[in-house]
Design a protein around this ligand. Structure first.
Ligand code: M6R
Length: 575
Protein backbone atom coordinates (compact mmCIF):
# COMPACT_ATOMS: atom_id res chain seq x y z
CA UNK A 1 0.00 0.00 0.00
CA UNK A 2 1.06 3.57 -0.63
CA UNK A 3 -0.74 6.88 -0.17
CA UNK A 4 -1.24 9.40 -2.95
CA UNK A 5 -2.41 13.01 -2.76
CA UNK A 6 -2.88 15.67 -5.42
CA UNK A 7 -4.15 19.23 -5.55
CA UNK A 8 -5.03 21.67 -8.28
CA UNK A 9 -6.71 25.00 -7.53
CA UNK A 10 -6.11 28.49 -6.15
CA UNK A 11 -4.32 27.64 -2.87
CA UNK A 12 -0.71 26.72 -2.23
CA UNK A 13 -0.54 23.01 -2.98
CA UNK A 14 2.44 22.01 -0.79
CA UNK A 15 0.88 22.42 2.69
CA UNK A 16 -2.29 20.66 1.58
CA UNK A 17 -0.32 17.77 0.11
CA UNK A 18 2.01 17.38 3.09
CA UNK A 19 -0.86 17.37 5.58
CA UNK A 20 -2.69 14.90 3.37
CA UNK A 21 0.36 12.63 3.23
CA UNK A 22 0.57 12.69 7.02
CA UNK A 23 -3.02 11.46 7.16
CA UNK A 24 -2.15 8.72 4.71
CA UNK A 25 1.04 7.57 6.43
CA UNK A 26 -0.88 4.53 7.66
CA UNK A 27 -0.66 3.33 4.03
CA UNK A 28 3.13 3.51 3.88
CA UNK A 29 5.93 5.41 5.53
CA UNK A 30 9.30 4.39 4.15
CA UNK A 31 9.72 7.31 1.78
CA UNK A 32 7.84 10.40 0.72
CA UNK A 33 7.90 12.94 -2.05
CA UNK A 34 6.16 15.78 -3.75
CA UNK A 35 6.23 17.36 -7.23
CA UNK A 36 4.97 20.92 -7.71
CA UNK A 37 4.28 22.65 -10.97
CA UNK A 38 5.22 26.32 -11.18
CA UNK A 39 7.85 27.56 -13.61
CA UNK A 40 8.70 23.96 -14.35
CA UNK A 41 8.53 20.86 -12.17
CA UNK A 42 10.04 21.08 -8.69
CA UNK A 43 10.69 17.70 -7.15
CA UNK A 44 11.44 16.97 -3.48
CA UNK A 45 11.65 13.39 -2.28
CA UNK A 46 13.57 11.22 0.15
CA UNK A 47 13.71 7.99 2.06
CA UNK A 48 11.94 8.25 5.41
CA UNK A 49 8.73 9.67 6.77
CA UNK A 50 6.75 12.68 5.65
CA UNK A 51 8.52 14.63 8.43
CA UNK A 52 11.84 13.85 6.68
CA UNK A 53 10.40 15.25 3.49
CA UNK A 54 9.33 18.48 5.20
CA UNK A 55 12.82 18.82 6.75
CA UNK A 56 14.35 18.35 3.33
CA UNK A 57 12.06 20.85 1.64
CA UNK A 58 12.35 23.49 4.41
CA UNK A 59 14.81 25.77 2.71
CA UNK A 60 13.55 25.08 -0.80
CA UNK A 61 10.99 26.66 -3.03
CA UNK A 62 7.73 24.88 -2.47
CA UNK A 63 5.31 27.25 -4.10
CA UNK A 64 2.76 26.33 -6.73
CA UNK A 65 -0.94 25.70 -6.92
CA UNK A 66 -0.69 22.31 -8.58
CA UNK A 67 1.10 19.34 -7.07
CA UNK A 68 1.16 15.63 -6.37
CA UNK A 69 2.60 13.77 -3.38
CA UNK A 70 3.27 10.21 -2.28
CA UNK A 71 4.05 8.22 0.83
CA UNK A 72 5.55 4.84 0.00
CA UNK A 73 5.51 1.29 1.28
CA UNK A 74 8.23 -0.35 -0.79
CA UNK A 75 7.34 -3.13 -3.19
CA UNK A 76 9.84 -2.81 -6.07
CA UNK A 77 13.25 -1.84 -4.78
CA UNK A 78 14.19 -0.97 -1.18
CA UNK A 79 13.33 2.35 0.48
CA UNK A 80 15.78 4.90 -0.94
CA UNK A 81 15.78 8.44 -2.29
CA UNK A 82 15.91 7.14 -5.86
CA UNK A 83 13.00 4.74 -5.37
CA UNK A 84 10.81 7.40 -3.77
CA UNK A 85 7.93 8.83 -5.76
CA UNK A 86 7.17 10.97 -7.73
CA UNK A 87 9.09 9.51 -10.64
CA UNK A 88 10.04 11.61 -13.61
CA UNK A 89 10.08 10.55 -17.23
CA UNK A 90 13.43 10.52 -18.98
CA UNK A 91 13.01 13.95 -20.57
CA UNK A 92 11.85 15.44 -17.27
CA UNK A 93 8.51 16.39 -18.76
CA UNK A 94 6.22 14.06 -16.78
CA UNK A 95 5.97 13.35 -13.06
CA UNK A 96 3.97 10.38 -11.81
CA UNK A 97 2.92 8.90 -8.46
CA UNK A 98 1.61 5.37 -8.17
CA UNK A 99 -0.03 3.09 -5.63
CA UNK A 100 -0.10 -0.52 -6.77
CA UNK A 101 2.05 -3.00 -8.64
CA UNK A 102 2.75 -3.25 -12.36
CA UNK A 103 3.16 -6.99 -12.78
CA UNK A 104 4.61 -6.93 -16.33
CA UNK A 105 7.08 -4.14 -15.62
CA UNK A 106 10.10 -6.30 -16.50
CA UNK A 107 9.01 -6.90 -20.09
CA UNK A 108 7.94 -3.26 -20.52
CA UNK A 109 11.29 -2.12 -19.12
CA UNK A 110 13.16 -4.35 -21.52
CA UNK A 111 11.24 -2.95 -24.49
CA UNK A 112 11.83 0.64 -23.32
CA UNK A 113 15.54 -0.03 -22.76
CA UNK A 114 15.66 -1.22 -26.35
CA UNK A 115 14.28 2.19 -27.33
CA UNK A 116 17.01 4.04 -25.49
CA UNK A 117 15.39 4.62 -22.09
CA UNK A 118 17.55 4.40 -19.00
CA UNK A 119 16.26 4.09 -15.44
CA UNK A 120 17.32 5.75 -12.20
CA UNK A 121 15.34 3.53 -9.83
CA UNK A 122 14.31 -0.09 -9.28
CA UNK A 123 10.63 0.74 -9.43
CA UNK A 124 7.83 -0.42 -11.68
CA UNK A 125 6.54 3.17 -11.52
CA UNK A 126 9.48 4.65 -13.37
CA UNK A 127 8.80 2.14 -16.14
CA UNK A 128 5.20 3.34 -16.36
CA UNK A 129 6.05 7.03 -16.56
CA UNK A 130 8.53 6.33 -19.33
CA UNK A 131 6.07 4.13 -21.18
CA UNK A 132 3.62 7.05 -21.16
CA UNK A 133 6.30 9.45 -22.33
CA UNK A 134 7.41 7.10 -25.11
CA UNK A 135 3.83 6.85 -26.43
CA UNK A 136 3.20 10.58 -25.98
CA UNK A 137 6.32 11.64 -27.88
CA UNK A 138 6.44 8.97 -30.56
CA UNK A 139 2.74 9.24 -31.42
CA UNK A 140 2.55 13.01 -30.74
CA UNK A 141 -0.41 12.60 -28.42
CA UNK A 142 -1.58 14.67 -25.47
CA UNK A 143 -0.63 13.12 -22.17
CA UNK A 144 -4.13 11.88 -21.29
CA UNK A 145 -4.35 9.87 -24.51
CA UNK A 146 -0.87 8.44 -23.96
CA UNK A 147 -1.84 7.46 -20.39
CA UNK A 148 -4.82 5.51 -21.68
CA UNK A 149 -2.82 3.67 -24.31
CA UNK A 150 -0.06 2.87 -21.80
CA UNK A 151 -2.51 1.57 -19.20
CA UNK A 152 -4.01 -0.78 -21.75
CA UNK A 153 -0.56 -2.39 -21.99
CA UNK A 154 -0.14 -2.70 -18.26
CA UNK A 155 -1.00 -5.78 -16.18
CA UNK A 156 -1.47 -5.14 -12.49
CA UNK A 157 -2.96 -2.64 -10.09
CA UNK A 158 -2.64 1.10 -9.96
CA UNK A 159 -3.94 4.40 -8.77
CA UNK A 160 -1.86 7.07 -10.51
CA UNK A 161 -1.60 10.83 -10.90
CA UNK A 162 0.35 12.26 -13.83
CA UNK A 163 1.50 15.84 -14.29
CA UNK A 164 2.80 17.15 -17.62
CA UNK A 165 4.93 20.25 -17.15
CA UNK A 166 3.88 21.54 -20.54
CA UNK A 167 0.18 21.34 -19.64
CA UNK A 168 -0.30 23.57 -16.61
CA UNK A 169 -3.70 23.46 -14.93
CA UNK A 170 -4.35 19.75 -15.36
CA UNK A 171 -3.69 16.39 -13.71
CA UNK A 172 -4.47 13.00 -15.22
CA UNK A 173 -5.53 10.26 -12.82
CA UNK A 174 -6.47 6.59 -13.29
CA UNK A 175 -7.48 3.64 -11.18
CA UNK A 176 -7.49 -0.14 -11.30
CA UNK A 177 -7.32 -2.29 -8.19
CA UNK A 178 -6.13 0.56 -5.91
CA UNK A 179 -8.37 3.25 -4.48
CA UNK A 180 -8.59 6.79 -5.82
CA UNK A 181 -11.06 9.47 -4.86
CA UNK A 182 -11.40 13.01 -6.22
CA UNK A 183 -12.59 15.78 -3.90
CA UNK A 184 -14.57 18.45 -5.76
CA UNK A 185 -14.21 21.92 -4.22
CA UNK A 186 -15.07 25.46 -5.37
CA UNK A 187 -12.66 26.01 -8.27
CA UNK A 188 -10.30 23.33 -6.96
CA UNK A 189 -9.85 19.58 -7.00
CA UNK A 190 -8.21 17.21 -4.54
CA UNK A 191 -7.02 13.69 -5.27
CA UNK A 192 -6.26 11.06 -2.65
CA UNK A 193 -6.20 7.37 -1.76
CA UNK A 194 -9.02 8.00 0.68
CA UNK A 195 -11.02 11.09 1.53
CA UNK A 196 -9.15 11.99 4.75
CA UNK A 197 -6.67 14.45 3.13
CA UNK A 198 -9.41 16.73 1.82
CA UNK A 199 -12.22 16.35 4.32
CA UNK A 200 -11.60 19.81 5.76
CA UNK A 201 -11.97 21.43 2.32
CA UNK A 202 -14.86 19.58 0.71
CA UNK A 203 -17.28 16.74 1.30
CA UNK A 204 -18.18 16.34 -2.36
CA UNK A 205 -16.31 13.38 -3.77
CA UNK A 206 -16.14 11.26 -6.89
CA UNK A 207 -14.83 7.71 -6.39
CA UNK A 208 -13.21 6.52 -9.60
CA UNK A 209 -14.50 3.10 -10.58
CA UNK A 210 -12.30 0.27 -11.77
CA UNK A 211 -10.64 0.87 -15.13
CA UNK A 212 -11.53 4.53 -15.18
CA UNK A 213 -9.37 7.58 -15.73
CA UNK A 214 -10.08 11.28 -15.35
CA UNK A 215 -8.68 14.43 -16.84
CA UNK A 216 -8.89 17.04 -14.09
CA UNK A 217 -8.69 20.54 -15.51
CA UNK A 218 -9.04 23.79 -13.62
CA UNK A 219 -12.21 25.64 -14.50
CA UNK A 220 -13.78 22.62 -16.16
CA UNK A 221 -15.85 19.73 -14.93
CA UNK A 222 -14.28 16.30 -14.56
CA UNK A 223 -13.85 14.35 -17.72
CA UNK A 224 -14.00 10.63 -16.90
CA UNK A 225 -13.44 7.84 -19.41
CA UNK A 226 -13.30 4.08 -19.41
CA UNK A 227 -9.68 2.98 -19.95
CA UNK A 228 -10.49 -0.09 -22.08
CA UNK A 229 -13.25 1.45 -24.24
CA UNK A 230 -12.49 5.20 -24.09
CA UNK A 231 -16.21 5.79 -23.53
CA UNK A 232 -17.19 8.92 -21.58
CA UNK A 233 -18.54 8.21 -18.08
CA UNK A 234 -20.77 10.65 -16.19
CA UNK A 235 -19.15 11.55 -12.82
CA UNK A 236 -21.17 10.45 -9.80
CA UNK A 237 -20.70 12.93 -6.96
CA UNK A 238 -21.09 11.48 -3.44
CA UNK A 239 -21.70 13.55 -0.30
CA UNK A 240 -19.20 12.24 2.29
CA UNK A 241 -20.61 11.49 5.73
CA UNK A 242 -17.31 11.40 7.70
CA UNK A 243 -16.27 14.23 9.94
CA UNK A 244 -12.78 15.56 10.57
CA UNK A 245 -12.74 14.56 14.24
CA UNK A 246 -13.10 10.90 13.31
CA UNK A 247 -9.78 10.93 11.43
CA UNK A 248 -7.68 12.75 14.06
CA UNK A 249 -5.85 11.01 16.96
CA UNK A 250 -8.05 12.63 19.61
CA UNK A 251 -5.40 12.72 22.35
CA UNK A 252 -4.14 9.15 21.88
CA UNK A 253 -0.50 8.48 21.01
CA UNK A 254 -1.43 6.16 18.19
CA UNK A 255 -4.41 5.62 15.94
CA UNK A 256 -4.38 1.95 16.84
CA UNK A 257 -4.82 2.76 20.53
CA UNK A 258 -7.57 5.23 19.74
CA UNK A 259 -9.33 2.63 17.64
CA UNK A 260 -9.06 -0.02 20.36
CA UNK A 261 -10.70 2.40 22.77
CA UNK A 262 -13.35 3.31 20.22
CA UNK A 263 -14.72 -0.22 20.16
CA UNK A 264 -17.62 0.26 22.57
CA UNK A 265 -18.81 3.07 20.33
CA UNK A 266 -17.95 1.44 17.03
CA UNK A 267 -19.74 -1.80 17.93
CA UNK A 268 -22.69 0.22 19.12
CA UNK A 269 -22.67 2.06 15.78
CA UNK A 270 -22.54 -1.27 13.95
CA UNK A 271 -25.70 -2.35 15.76
CA UNK A 272 -27.46 1.01 15.81
CA UNK A 273 -30.92 0.84 14.23
CA UNK A 274 -30.33 -2.81 13.32
CA UNK A 275 -30.40 -4.66 16.61
CA UNK A 276 -33.63 -3.84 18.43
CA UNK A 277 -33.88 -6.18 21.44
CA UNK A 278 -37.00 -4.58 22.90
CA UNK A 279 -38.86 -5.16 19.67
CA UNK A 280 -37.25 -8.57 19.14
CA UNK A 281 -35.93 -7.52 15.74
CA UNK A 282 -32.74 -7.59 13.71
CA UNK A 283 -33.03 -5.23 10.77
CA UNK A 284 -30.42 -5.69 8.05
CA UNK A 285 -31.71 -4.39 4.72
CA UNK A 286 -29.35 -6.35 2.48
CA UNK A 287 -29.86 -9.61 4.33
CA UNK A 288 -33.64 -9.38 4.35
CA UNK A 289 -33.67 -8.48 0.67
CA UNK A 290 -31.54 -11.55 -0.11
CA UNK A 291 -33.07 -13.70 2.64
CA UNK A 292 -34.26 -16.41 0.23
CA UNK A 293 -30.80 -16.76 -1.28
CA UNK A 294 -29.40 -17.41 2.19
CA UNK A 295 -32.22 -19.75 3.17
CA UNK A 296 -31.84 -21.78 -0.02
CA UNK A 297 -28.03 -21.65 -0.17
CA UNK A 298 -26.18 -24.98 -0.52
CA UNK A 299 -23.32 -23.36 1.31
CA UNK A 300 -21.84 -20.03 2.28
CA UNK A 301 -18.36 -19.16 1.11
CA UNK A 302 -16.59 -16.51 3.13
CA UNK A 303 -13.78 -14.78 1.26
CA UNK A 304 -11.31 -12.34 2.81
CA UNK A 305 -7.68 -11.62 3.68
CA UNK A 306 -5.78 -11.10 6.94
CA UNK A 307 -7.82 -9.88 9.87
CA UNK A 308 -11.00 -9.98 7.81
CA UNK A 309 -10.29 -13.66 7.13
CA UNK A 310 -10.04 -14.24 10.87
CA UNK A 311 -13.41 -12.57 11.31
CA UNK A 312 -14.64 -14.91 8.57
CA UNK A 313 -13.53 -17.92 10.63
CA UNK A 314 -15.61 -16.66 13.53
CA UNK A 315 -18.42 -16.27 10.98
CA UNK A 316 -18.04 -19.92 9.97
CA UNK A 317 -18.52 -21.11 13.54
CA UNK A 318 -21.44 -18.83 14.22
CA UNK A 319 -23.28 -19.47 10.93
CA UNK A 320 -22.92 -23.22 11.20
CA UNK A 321 -24.09 -23.20 14.79
CA UNK A 322 -27.02 -20.84 14.38
CA UNK A 323 -28.21 -21.49 10.84
CA UNK A 324 -26.86 -24.98 10.03
CA UNK A 325 -25.71 -23.80 6.60
CA UNK A 326 -22.32 -25.29 5.66
CA UNK A 327 -19.63 -22.62 5.52
CA UNK A 328 -16.19 -22.57 3.93
CA UNK A 329 -13.72 -19.78 4.60
CA UNK A 330 -11.25 -18.98 1.85
CA UNK A 331 -8.19 -16.78 1.54
CA UNK A 332 -9.13 -14.50 -1.35
CA UNK A 333 -5.54 -14.61 -2.57
CA UNK A 334 -5.67 -18.41 -2.98
CA UNK A 335 -9.25 -18.66 -4.14
CA UNK A 336 -8.77 -16.42 -7.15
CA UNK A 337 -5.78 -18.37 -8.42
CA UNK A 338 -7.27 -21.87 -8.34
CA UNK A 339 -10.26 -23.24 -10.14
CA UNK A 340 -12.85 -23.30 -7.36
CA UNK A 341 -16.17 -25.06 -7.73
CA UNK A 342 -18.84 -22.37 -7.45
CA UNK A 343 -22.52 -22.71 -8.23
CA UNK A 344 -25.51 -20.41 -8.45
CA UNK A 345 -26.68 -21.77 -5.11
CA UNK A 346 -23.60 -20.46 -3.32
CA UNK A 347 -23.74 -17.28 -1.32
CA UNK A 348 -20.38 -15.58 -1.05
CA UNK A 349 -19.73 -13.25 1.86
CA UNK A 350 -16.78 -10.97 1.09
CA UNK A 351 -15.34 -9.29 4.17
CA UNK A 352 -13.07 -6.26 3.83
CA UNK A 353 -12.49 -3.24 6.03
CA UNK A 354 -11.24 -1.08 3.18
CA UNK A 355 -13.45 -2.62 0.53
CA UNK A 356 -10.49 -2.23 -1.81
CA UNK A 357 -8.33 -5.31 -1.25
CA UNK A 358 -7.42 -6.40 -4.76
CA UNK A 359 -7.44 -10.17 -4.06
CA UNK A 360 -10.85 -10.01 -2.41
CA UNK A 361 -12.23 -7.92 -5.23
CA UNK A 362 -10.87 -10.33 -7.86
CA UNK A 363 -12.20 -13.34 -5.93
CA UNK A 364 -15.73 -11.98 -5.76
CA UNK A 365 -15.66 -11.11 -9.44
CA UNK A 366 -14.73 -14.70 -10.16
CA UNK A 367 -17.56 -16.00 -7.95
CA UNK A 368 -19.99 -13.53 -9.49
CA UNK A 369 -19.08 -14.64 -13.00
CA UNK A 370 -20.11 -18.18 -11.99
CA UNK A 371 -23.51 -17.01 -10.81
CA UNK A 372 -22.98 -16.87 -7.03
CA UNK A 373 -24.71 -14.23 -4.95
CA UNK A 374 -22.23 -11.80 -3.46
CA UNK A 375 -22.80 -10.21 -0.07
CA UNK A 376 -20.27 -7.61 1.07
CA UNK A 377 -19.29 -6.72 4.61
CA UNK A 378 -17.21 -3.55 4.25
CA UNK A 379 -16.37 -0.59 6.40
CA UNK A 380 -15.67 2.00 3.73
CA UNK A 381 -18.89 3.27 2.25
CA UNK A 382 -18.92 3.31 -1.54
CA UNK A 383 -15.74 1.20 -1.77
CA UNK A 384 -15.13 -1.08 -4.75
CA UNK A 385 -16.18 -4.30 -2.99
CA UNK A 386 -19.32 -2.66 -1.64
CA UNK A 387 -20.20 -1.57 -5.14
CA UNK A 388 -19.40 -4.92 -6.72
CA UNK A 389 -21.58 -6.91 -4.28
CA UNK A 390 -25.26 -7.68 -4.96
CA UNK A 391 -26.07 -6.68 -1.41
CA UNK A 392 -24.26 -6.06 1.83
CA UNK A 393 -24.04 -4.62 5.29
CA UNK A 394 -21.62 -1.88 6.22
CA UNK A 395 -19.80 -2.27 9.51
CA UNK A 396 -20.10 1.47 10.27
CA UNK A 397 -17.05 1.29 12.54
CA UNK A 398 -15.79 4.71 11.43
CA UNK A 399 -12.49 5.25 9.60
CA UNK A 400 -9.79 2.77 10.58
CA UNK A 401 -6.51 4.64 10.17
CA UNK A 402 -4.26 2.28 12.15
CA UNK A 403 -2.63 -0.22 9.81
CA UNK A 404 -3.32 -3.02 12.28
CA UNK A 405 -7.04 -3.68 12.28
CA UNK A 406 -8.78 -3.63 15.63
CA UNK A 407 -12.23 -2.09 15.67
CA UNK A 408 -12.85 -3.33 12.12
CA UNK A 409 -12.46 -6.93 13.33
CA UNK A 410 -14.96 -6.60 16.17
CA UNK A 411 -17.40 -4.75 13.92
CA UNK A 412 -17.13 -7.50 11.28
CA UNK A 413 -17.76 -10.16 13.91
CA UNK A 414 -20.76 -8.16 15.13
CA UNK A 415 -22.30 -8.01 11.65
CA UNK A 416 -21.68 -11.73 11.11
CA UNK A 417 -23.38 -12.51 14.41
CA UNK A 418 -26.41 -10.41 13.56
CA UNK A 419 -26.64 -12.06 10.13
CA UNK A 420 -26.33 -15.59 11.48
CA UNK A 421 -28.90 -14.91 14.19
CA UNK A 422 -31.35 -13.43 11.69
CA UNK A 423 -30.98 -16.28 9.21
CA UNK A 424 -30.94 -18.98 11.90
CA UNK A 425 -34.18 -17.58 13.32
CA UNK A 426 -35.85 -17.28 9.91
CA UNK A 427 -34.80 -20.84 9.16
CA UNK A 428 -36.28 -22.08 12.39
CA UNK A 429 -32.96 -23.42 13.66
CA UNK A 430 -32.96 -21.30 16.79
CA UNK A 431 -35.93 -20.92 19.05
CA UNK A 432 -37.68 -17.65 19.66
CA UNK A 433 -36.46 -17.51 23.25
CA UNK A 434 -32.82 -18.13 22.26
CA UNK A 435 -33.12 -15.51 19.55
CA UNK A 436 -34.51 -12.89 21.94
CA UNK A 437 -31.98 -13.69 24.64
CA UNK A 438 -29.16 -13.39 22.10
CA UNK A 439 -30.35 -9.94 21.05
CA UNK A 440 -29.98 -8.70 24.62
CA UNK A 441 -26.58 -10.42 24.97
CA UNK A 442 -25.31 -8.74 21.83
CA UNK A 443 -26.67 -5.41 22.94
CA UNK A 444 -24.74 -5.70 26.21
CA UNK A 445 -21.35 -6.19 24.53
CA UNK A 446 -20.29 -2.54 24.09
CA UNK A 447 -20.82 -1.97 27.83
CA UNK A 448 -18.69 -5.00 28.71
CA UNK A 449 -15.87 -3.87 26.44
CA UNK A 450 -16.06 -0.40 27.98
CA UNK A 451 -15.57 -1.96 31.41
CA UNK A 452 -12.70 -4.13 30.24
CA UNK A 453 -10.86 -1.21 28.68
CA UNK A 454 -10.89 0.63 32.00
CA UNK A 455 -8.52 -1.90 33.53
CA UNK A 456 -5.43 -1.90 31.37
CA UNK A 457 -2.76 -1.82 34.10
CA UNK A 458 -2.33 -5.57 33.98
CA UNK A 459 -1.85 -5.36 30.21
CA UNK A 460 0.89 -2.77 30.61
CA UNK A 461 2.69 -4.93 33.19
CA UNK A 462 2.56 -7.94 30.91
CA UNK A 463 3.80 -5.92 27.94
CA UNK A 464 6.72 -4.62 29.99
CA UNK A 465 7.60 -8.12 31.14
CA UNK A 466 7.54 -9.72 27.70
CA UNK A 467 8.61 -6.92 25.38
CA UNK A 468 11.95 -8.59 24.62
CA UNK A 469 10.56 -12.05 23.90
CA UNK A 470 11.49 -13.50 20.56
CA UNK A 471 8.46 -15.75 20.15
CA UNK A 472 4.95 -16.06 21.47
CA UNK A 473 2.07 -18.51 21.11
CA UNK A 474 -1.65 -17.75 21.24
CA UNK A 475 -4.04 -20.59 22.06
CA UNK A 476 -7.81 -20.78 21.91
CA UNK A 477 -10.54 -23.31 21.25
CA UNK A 478 -13.82 -22.98 19.39
CA UNK A 479 -14.64 -19.34 18.72
CA UNK A 480 -11.43 -18.37 20.39
CA UNK A 481 -9.22 -20.17 17.89
CA UNK A 482 -9.70 -17.39 15.26
CA UNK A 483 -9.26 -14.88 18.07
CA UNK A 484 -5.91 -16.53 18.88
CA UNK A 485 -4.90 -16.22 15.21
CA UNK A 486 -5.85 -12.56 15.24
CA UNK A 487 -3.96 -11.91 18.49
CA UNK A 488 -0.82 -13.48 17.01
CA UNK A 489 -1.15 -11.38 13.86
CA UNK A 490 -1.40 -8.19 15.94
CA UNK A 491 1.70 -9.04 17.95
CA UNK A 492 3.70 -9.79 14.78
CA UNK A 493 2.60 -6.62 13.03
CA UNK A 494 3.06 -4.24 15.93
CA UNK A 495 6.00 -5.58 17.92
CA UNK A 496 7.86 -7.62 15.28
CA UNK A 497 7.82 -10.55 17.71
CA UNK A 498 7.28 -13.85 15.97
CA UNK A 499 3.89 -15.18 17.07
CA UNK A 500 1.61 -18.04 16.06
CA UNK A 501 -2.01 -18.81 16.86
CA UNK A 502 -3.06 -22.41 17.40
CA UNK A 503 -6.18 -24.33 18.29
CA UNK A 504 -5.19 -25.20 21.86
CA UNK A 505 -5.74 -28.93 21.35
CA UNK A 506 -3.35 -29.03 18.40
CA UNK A 507 -0.44 -28.20 20.70
CA UNK A 508 0.20 -31.79 21.52
CA UNK A 509 0.54 -32.67 17.84
CA UNK A 510 3.90 -30.97 17.48
CA UNK A 511 4.14 -27.32 18.54
CA UNK A 512 4.39 -28.25 22.21
CA UNK A 513 8.05 -29.03 21.48
CA UNK A 514 8.64 -25.28 21.22
CA UNK A 515 7.58 -24.51 24.76
CA UNK A 516 10.22 -23.66 27.34
CA UNK A 517 10.81 -20.95 29.94
CA UNK A 518 11.37 -18.36 27.18
CA UNK A 519 8.04 -18.92 25.52
CA UNK A 520 5.10 -16.74 26.59
CA UNK A 521 1.81 -18.44 25.78
CA UNK A 522 -1.39 -16.39 25.68
CA UNK A 523 -4.30 -18.65 26.50
CA UNK A 524 -7.83 -17.43 25.85
CA UNK A 525 -9.82 -19.26 28.49
CA UNK A 526 -13.28 -17.86 29.17
CA UNK A 527 -15.83 -19.88 31.11
CA UNK A 528 -17.34 -21.60 28.10
CA UNK A 529 -18.01 -25.17 27.10
CA UNK A 530 -14.31 -25.64 26.29
CA UNK A 531 -13.09 -24.35 29.64
CA UNK A 532 -12.07 -27.69 31.20
CA UNK A 533 -10.17 -28.66 28.05
CA UNK A 534 -8.32 -25.34 27.98
CA UNK A 535 -7.38 -25.80 31.64
CA UNK A 536 -5.70 -29.08 30.61
CA UNK A 537 -3.84 -27.23 27.85
CA UNK A 538 -2.63 -24.69 30.40
CA UNK A 539 -1.27 -27.56 32.49
CA UNK A 540 0.62 -28.88 29.47
CA UNK A 541 2.27 -25.50 28.96
CA UNK A 542 3.10 -25.19 32.66
CA UNK A 543 4.66 -28.67 32.69
CA UNK A 544 7.20 -27.38 30.15
CA UNK A 545 7.88 -24.18 32.09
CA UNK A 546 6.11 -22.01 29.49
CA UNK A 547 4.90 -18.63 30.75
CA UNK A 548 1.12 -18.56 30.63
CA UNK A 549 -0.75 -15.29 30.13
CA UNK A 550 -4.37 -16.24 30.62
CA UNK A 551 -7.37 -14.20 29.57
CA UNK A 552 -10.15 -15.30 31.85
CA UNK A 553 -13.43 -14.23 33.42
CA UNK A 554 -13.54 -12.47 36.78
CA UNK A 555 -15.37 -15.53 38.09
CA UNK A 556 -12.63 -17.89 36.97
CA UNK A 557 -11.20 -20.00 39.79
CA UNK A 558 -9.18 -22.86 38.40
CA UNK A 559 -6.75 -21.01 36.21
CA UNK A 560 -6.28 -18.27 38.81
CA UNK A 561 -5.54 -20.86 41.46
CA UNK A 562 -2.94 -22.64 39.41
CA UNK A 563 -1.17 -19.63 37.95
CA UNK A 564 0.90 -16.99 39.63
CA UNK A 565 1.42 -13.64 37.87
CA UNK A 566 1.53 -13.04 34.94
CA UNK A 567 -2.11 -13.65 34.47
CA UNK A 568 -4.68 -11.24 33.19
CA UNK A 569 -8.24 -11.40 34.45
CA UNK A 570 -10.56 -9.64 32.12
CA UNK A 571 -14.31 -9.45 32.47
CA UNK A 572 -15.12 -11.20 29.23
CA UNK A 573 -18.70 -11.83 30.26
CA UNK A 574 -20.85 -10.51 33.06
CA UNK A 575 -20.25 -13.60 35.23
O1 M6R B 1 -9.25 -3.98 4.01
P1 M6R B 1 -9.24 -5.46 4.18
O2 M6R B 1 -9.99 -5.90 5.38
O3 M6R B 1 -9.69 -6.20 2.94
O4 M6R B 1 -7.71 -5.83 4.39
C1 M6R B 1 -7.30 -7.17 4.47
C2 M6R B 1 -6.02 -7.28 5.24
O5 M6R B 1 -4.97 -6.66 4.55
C3 M6R B 1 -6.12 -6.65 6.62
O6 M6R B 1 -7.18 -7.23 7.32
C4 M6R B 1 -4.82 -6.82 7.42
O7 M6R B 1 -4.56 -8.17 7.63
C5 M6R B 1 -4.95 -6.11 8.75
N1 M6R B 1 -4.98 -4.69 8.58
C6 M6R B 1 -3.86 -6.50 9.69
O8 M6R B 1 -4.02 -5.93 10.95
Amino acid sequence: MCGIVGYIGHREAYPIIVKGLQRLEYRGYDSAGVALLSDGLQMHKCKGKVSDLTDLAKAKNVSGTLGIGHTRWATHGPPSDANSHPHMSQSGRLALIHNGIIENFESLKEALSGRGFTFQSDTDTEVLVNLIEDIMLSEKLPVEKAVRIALNQVIGAYAICVVDKERDGQIVVAKKGSPLVIGVGQGEYFIASDASPFLEYTKQAVYLEEDEMALIRLGESLSIRSIPSDKVVEPYVTQLQMDLESIEKGGYDHFMLKEIYEQPRSIHDTMRGRLLPDQGIIRLGGVSEYKDKFLQADRILIIACGTSWHAGLVGEYVFEELSRIPVEVEYASEFRYRNPVITEKDVVIAISQSGETADTLAAIRLAKSKGATIFGICNVVGSSIAREAHAGAYTHAGPEIGVASTKAFTAQVTVLNMMALYIGYKKGVISSSDFHRSLFELDAIPGKIEKMLQSNEQTLKIAEEYKDSKNCLYLGRGYNFPVALEGALKLKEISYIHAEGYPAAEMKHGPIALIDEDMPVVVIAPLSMHYEKVVSNVQEVKARNGKVIAIVNPADKEIRRSLPFPCSYWPITSQ
